[in-house]
Write a protein that binds this ligand. Structure first.
Ligand SMILES: NC(=O)c1ccc[n+]([C@@H]2O[C@H](COP(=O)([O-])OP(=O)(O)OC[C@H]3O[C@@H](n4cnc5c(N)ncnc54)[C@H](OP(=O)(O)O)[C@@H]3O)[C@@H](O)[C@H]2O)c1
Length: 270
């Protein structure tokens, strides 16, 4: 059985990946997938997405990835079904806006656990089902991992400090892992978007009506642009996609300018 696994599938980018992948014919090994595993906490949202897309091919896997038994349940489902995983998309993530000291201890813990620990552990339990599959496939046509990082991970971000740090973690892990799994024909694509019009900002500010403001508002993109570009990058086997002109400039600046100078601009652009 060939499958794709998507975390964060109940909303935003993960949901859009599911919509695109249900129609995917042959762009990834195993496509069209026998099953697409949809992972998030909200069973209701996942079930309604599955019913809309194709209940026979979508498997609803309601899990809290920050809980102790979330990963264990995914691991036992994998060992029970023994699938060939052609695509893993790590999209579940969160970040709370505001000064680090003003955040609750619970939010600090959830941010690090979801963005770093859960992403690492999901990848760790799914990977054996990708490498064994990749070993049987023609070179360069192996399984793909898409990790959603962020342009926030390029630089320290005062008032978004913890989130930015977790996304630096995702970038560094993804790029090294891409080298490690190459011999097994598996490719890791790290996607770095800027602001995107999803529930992320609402969760970030604890406000159902929140939108991006200030400088970030000028660079807001949408999932219908970002997700096809991410899938294309993964198919081509690119190790990194920095999405959008503004984010590309930020990436370049982070490579060539002193960090203190960029922090000075960040402070004065608020
Ligand atoms: N939107 C942006 O501006 C932006 C920019 C750069 C990068 N990103 C990154 O893009 C990724 C996708 O975010 P998005 O924009 O699509 O935001 P979103 O609409 O808020 O989606 C977040 C997803 O993560 C899931 N999730 C949250 N906590 C979870 C948990 N404990 N266990 C399992 N699933 C959990 C949510 O589902 P449930 O609530 O049902 O669990 C939801 O499906 C994230 O990694 C985010 O950091 C976002």
């Amino acid at each position: 059985m060939s499958i794709a696994v998507i975390t964060g599938a109940s909303s935003g980018m993960g949901e859009e990946f599911a919509r695109r992948l249900i129609a995917e014919k042959d762009g990834f090994p195993g496509a069209p997938f026998d099953e697409i595993w949809l992972i998030a906490r909200s069973e209701e949202k996942l079930t309604s997405l599955s019913e809309e897309l194709d209940p026979k091919r979508c498997r609803v896997v309601p899990l809290d990835l920050t809980s102790a038994d979330g990963i264990a349940r995914l691991s036992s489902l994998l060992s029970e079904k023994a699938p060939q995983v052609g695509l893993l998309i790590n999209s579940a993530g969160m970040g709370k806006a505001g000064a680090f000291a003003s955040q609750s201890l619970k939010d600090v813990e959830s941010t690090v656990t979801l963005n770093c620990t859960a992403l690492s552990e999901v990848t760790h339990v799914v990977l054996p089902y990708m490498t064994s599959y990749g070993d049987t496939l023609p070179k360069k046509n192996g399984p793909r991992i898409i990790n959603i990082a962020s342009s926030a991970g390029f630089l320290p971000q005062p008032d978004f400090a913890l989130y930015a740090a977790t996304k630096s973690f995702v970038i560094t892990l993804s790029r090294a892992l891409n080298q490690e799994v190459k011999p097994h024909n598996v490719t890791v694509t790290c996607v770095c978007p800027g602001p995107c019009d999803t529930n992320f900002i609402k969760v970030s500010k604890n406000d159902p009506n929140a939108t991006f403001t200030g400088f970030k508002a000028k660079f807001v993109t949408t999932v219908d642009k970002l997700i096809p570009a991410s899938l294309r990058a993964a198919k081509k086997g690119r190790s990194m996609l920095v999405f959008g002109f503004g984010q590309k400039m930020l990436h370049l600046a982070s490579k060539i300018l002193p960090t203190n100078l960029i922090l000075f601009f960040e402070r004065n652009m608020k």
